[in-house]
Design a protein around this ligand. Structure first.
Ligand code: ATP
Length: 438
């Protein structure tokens, strides 16, 4: 396996990638062994950011709605499922190999017929199936072959009947899932953008066939609302209607939400009209009828599907690129992450002004403990001087810092500092929670 060094993959993102490594957000996977191309690990702050994004998505698209059901299906998928869905035969990218240096590329990612690295001739393109194969049990033969799922969607379709039988939902309704997907990408690149193991947040939204356009439009708006809420710069997002020849095999309409990454305008999310393709395919493949009985009209039919699909790593990258800023504060250069408070790994940091004054430390600890009862994303820090502490918190995107000083002991107010403006105001401990929750 070829190693990806953190900087080699950076592509215009060196400073951000260095910050994310230095501060414990993202590490190259198996780094002490030279790395594994297309895989990354999340450190303590990265996992916090990732979970906050996933939790916010789940709250917005599942918990806050009455028409959504969650599932968590297995990552290993039986081969017949992927045969029926079309992935075994059709989930392939065009691969070309350089005749000189033997490097492989995705044919649709290179211009012309020369190798981008050594200018050698590229051979003819062939289909390369991107699914990762594994084998179950002690005997390795065709019947033991299974696959790591290439998308979370199929785990939803194969549970369609279970949801119907257990919950008797009325159309329209959706089934949502957050989980890992695996693709043996020919050329993983651009840091978290194209990896071989990633997390998807997907909804399969089941509608009456005639209503698909209305729901496609509602989901388009919901996706834009999410993009703004999560802190992705909306001016850098563009909708692209995917033409007839370029859509996935199951889709009759697709919009890609593209983002202006430093390495170009590329897909962030997809919204697809999957028709009744999957339920019909699994009915054929499994012999189990996957359809819906309408109590009002007494009709039985196969619902159609709208699929909004969100990649977590691409979300993190777009959020981090949107939040990564440099400015000058108090005459000094500063690099910081202007993350929205809802997803910042740390919401507020509490400091005693001086580490060696027990009365300040005691009071700061009290405030920290009190805040942490209702908001877990609070940290305590008494290392270094106050300027350095502010710097450290700015760099990881903490929206607020609370400093306990001598005045706190007199009038019970602490200073509350805003990350983006550097402005400070005095706030009583009882109001602190209200302020940092904004
Ligand atoms: P691309 O054309 O960039 O390969 P795709 O069209 O194959 O992407 P979809 O099959 O629509 O992607 O997958 C849904 C979502 O999953 C994408 O919008 C993206 O957010 C995410 N995703 C897909 N492939 C990857 C990958 N290799 N690394 C990270 N995220 C991915």
């Amino acid at each position: 396996m070829k190693a990806t060094s953190v900087t080699a993959a950076s592509n215009g993102m060196d400073k951000l990638i260095a910050l994310l490594k230095r501060r414990g957000f993202v590490y190259p996977s198996s780094e002490i062994y030279g790395g594994l191309s297309g895989f990354y690990d999340f450190g303590p702050l990265g996992v916090a950011l990732k979970r906050n994004i996933e939790n916010l998505w789940w709250r917005m698209f599942v918990e806050n709605r009455e028409d959504m059901y969650g599932v968590d299906a297995s990552l290993i998928t039986a081969a017949p499922v992927l045969k029926a869905s079309g992935h075994l035969d059709g989930f392939a990218d065009p691969l070309v190999e350089c005749e000189k240096c033997k490097r492989r590329f995705r044919a649709d990612h290179v211009e012309g017929d020369k190798c981008p690295d050594c200018k050698g001739n590229l051979g003819t393109a062939r289909a390369f199936n991107m699914m990762l194969k594994t084998s179950l049990g002690a005997v390795e033969d065709e019947s033991s072959t299974a696959y790591l799922r290439p998308e979370t969607a199929q785990g939803i379709f194969v549970n369609f009947k279970n949801i119907i039988d257990t919950f008797h939902p009325r159309l329209p309704f959706g089934v949502a899932q957050i989980g890992k997907a695996f693709r043996n990408e020919i050329a993983p690149r651009d840091f978290l953008f194209r990896v071989r193991e990633f997390t998807q947040m997907e909804v399969e939204y089941f509608v009456r066939p005639n209503d698909w356009q209305e729901h496609f439009e509602l989901w388009r708006k919901a996706m834009l609302e999410w993009i703004e809420k999560i802190g992705i710069s909306i001016n850098s997002v563009h909708e692209a209607e995917i033409g007839d020849g370029d859509r996935a095999h199951y889709s009759q309409r697709t919009i890609d939400f593209e983002f202006d990454y430093p390495f170009g305008r590329k897909e962030l999310y997809g919204l697809a009209y999957r028709t009744d393709y999957d339920l019909t395919a699994h009915t054929k493949g499994s012999g189990t009828e996957l359809n819906y009985f309408d109590e009002d009209s007494k009709e039985r039919f196969v619902p159609h599907v709208i699929e909004p699909s969100f990649g977590v790593e691409r979300t993190m990258l777009a959020v981090l690129l949107s939040a990564h800023k440099e400015d000058e504060m108090n005459g000094e250069k500063r690099e910081y992450l202007a993350l929205p408070s809802a997803i910042a790994p740390v919401k507020a940091a509490v400091f005693p002004l001086l580490k060696n004054k027990p009365e300040l430390v005691k009071k700061a600890r009290e405030i920290y403990t009190e805040l942490k009862k209702t908001e877990p994303r609070i940290v305590f820090d008494d290392n270094g001087n106050i300027g350095k502490r502010y710097r450290r918190q700015d760099e990881i995107g903490t929206p607020y810092c609370v400093t306990v000083d001598f005045e706190t002991l007199e009038n019970n107010t602490a200073t509350l500092r805003n990350r983006d403006t550097g402005e400070q105001k005095r706030v009583s401990p009882t109001d602190l929670f209200k302020e940092i929750s904004q």
